[in-house]
Design a protein around this ligand. Structure first.
Ligand code: CS2
Length: 483
């Protein structure tokens, strides 16, 4: 039997949704596992506590599987929380429809123009925004240009949003909030910059300035890709099969800028923090949690570890990431008041150690060209500007530089899954294979490294030193040498 409204009566009472099928109030772009285990849960809990028609119309940009699975299940799916010592599964009922953008962008545009919709939230990953990762400025590539200039059905997220906003303006459907929930620095400001730049070329520039807000947010929950083993756990707990099951760690946090001109769910009643400025929390999380996640991913994958928790247990890695947090990350910014970055970092390491999550190193390692700038490079740049040499940060960059060459320490191939993969491969192929050659080739990626970093000769020397050690001795021996 499969999960659906009909079979819900066979699911244990404690695992059933806490609300009835809600009316739609939100469109969400990016129907992946993270959204289902994060915003969908907060929104259900907010409606259970305070009511409101805030059902979520989920839009999958491309993948048909999740849309088909959720439609077959009347929008229901389960979230299994994986604690180190036990687990729990609940069905989430906050969905109010599923659309696949690639199959019918007009339906998405029509939803954004629907007066019932008051909020569009986004989890489209860093690369979905078409921004220069180093500077945050718009990258008008061929795909986006075609969306804007040809009137074809939009294929990019910015193209879809602009089309939706134009339709909303025409329909006089009222103000709306566009809320980025991606791991980008100042994500609200970046989305505002992107949309205002594109809107300026249309007739809706003034309306966007008056009627559209861009609340920023810090989102946090470790949500691994669902495996057959996780689906089996959900089926066992529910007594029915769930083709859209997701799982996540017990920890879950959301800090959101309170700027919703047409109303919002009572997310604060679901444990979210509403604030005037989420950026200090974003920076803390991006530089500490995500920066360390990427460090463990690159060093761990090179050393042959498939999961984050097993990589973190490799001799020497934990002391190195602790040093990184204390010496490089913590001094690079002022944390939110009352927060100690080193103590926060310790909590993060405990979360990473949870063996039930089995988060894959190669999953975190994807899209490094989009992730490294805010996770590691801005830390390095701030420390360099203060006259310090962030050695541990340089080790992480050198590990990425070795990772993108595609071979682990034991000779096994490593996947390069990155929107800049072709550029990275071409630059490497044209350069000498010496550590100097590799460092120079990759420092030349100008949407990754700002001129301040690319022209820093002392930093270059430290990168060459680390890459030499990694190439000659491998990760294990390099860590043993410094621990
Ligand atoms: C991870 C994040 O895959 C990755 O790049 O670093 O998805 C991380 O698990 C989340 O940001 C945690 O909130």
């Amino acid at each position: 039997m499969e999960l659906s409204r009909k079979t819900l009566s066979t699911v244990p009472v404690s695992a059933r949704p806490r609300i009835d099928a809600p009316a739609a109030g939100i469109v969400h772009l990016g129907l992946g596992a993270f959204h289902r285990a994060h915003q969908a849960v907060f929104t259900e809990d907010a409606m259970a506590a305070a009511g409101g028609g805030w059902g979520i119309v989920g839009v999958a940009p491309r993948s048909p599987q999740v849309v088909e699975a959720m439609r077959a299940q009347d929008g229901l799916f389960s979230v299994t929380t994986l604690g180190p010592g036990g687990r729990g599964t609940r069905v989430i009922g906050s969905s109010a429809g599923q659309l696949r953008a690639a199959a019918g962008p007009d339906a998405v545009v029509a939803r954004i123009a629907d007066p019932a919709i008051k909020i569009v939230t986004l989890t489209v990953t860093e690369k979905g925004y078409k921004l220069d990762a180093a500077t945050g400025r718009l990258l008008l590539d061929d795909e986006l240009r075609a969306d804007l200039e040809t009137g074809r059905p939009p294929q990019t997220v910015p193209g879809l949003l602009i089309r939706g906003l134009c339709a909303r303006r025409r329909a006089d459907a009222g103000p709306i909030a566009l809320a980025s929930c991606d791991n980008l620095p100042a994500n609200g400001h970046r989305l505002r910059g992107l949309i205002e730049t594109l809107a300026a070329a249309t007739a809706i520039g003034d309306w966007v300035r008056e009627s559209v807000t861009f609340p920023g947010s810090m989102v946090d929950r470790i949500v691994p890709a669902t495996t057959p083993a996780f689906s089996a756990m959900a089926a066992e707990a529910l007594g029915v099969r769930d083709r859209a099951a997701v799982c996540g760690e017990p920890y879950s946090a959301w800090v959101i800028e309170d700027d919703f001109p047409a109303g919002r769910p009572a997310w604060e009643q679901a444990g979210a923090v509403m604030t005037d400025d989420p950026r200090p929390y974003e920076r803390l999380k991006l530089r500490t949690l995500n920066g360390v996640h990427s460090a463990i991913a690159y060093l761990g994958a090179l050393a042959g570890h498939t999961t984050i928790d097993s990589a973190l247990r490799m001799p020497g890695l934990r002391p190195v990431v602790r040093e990184y947090i204390a010496s490089d990350v913590a001094p690079s910014f002022a944390p939110p008041s009352g927060v100690d970055t080193v103590a926060y970092g310790e909590e993060v390491l405990t979360r990473f150690e949870n063996p039930a999550i089995a988060y894959r190193t190669v999953q975190v390692a994807t899209d490094g060209s989009q992730k490294l700038p805010q996770r590691v490079l801005q830390t390095i740049q701030d420390r360099r500007a203060a006259g310090a040499m962030p050695r541990w940060g340089a080790l992480i960059v050198a590990a990425w530089m070795r990772f993108v060459q595609g071979v682990a320490d034991d000779g096994q191939p490593l996947p390069l899954d990155d929107p800049l993969a072709d550029r990275i491969r071409a630059r490497l192929a044209a350069a000498p294979t010496t550590p100097e050659g590799v460092v120079d080739a990759l420092l030349g990626l100008d949407t990754v490294f700002t001129p301040a970093l690319a022209d820093d000769v002392e930093l270059r020397a430290v990168l060459v030193e680390w890459l030499t050690a990694l190439q000659k001795h491998g990760v294990a021996a390099t860590l043993a040498g410094v621990a």
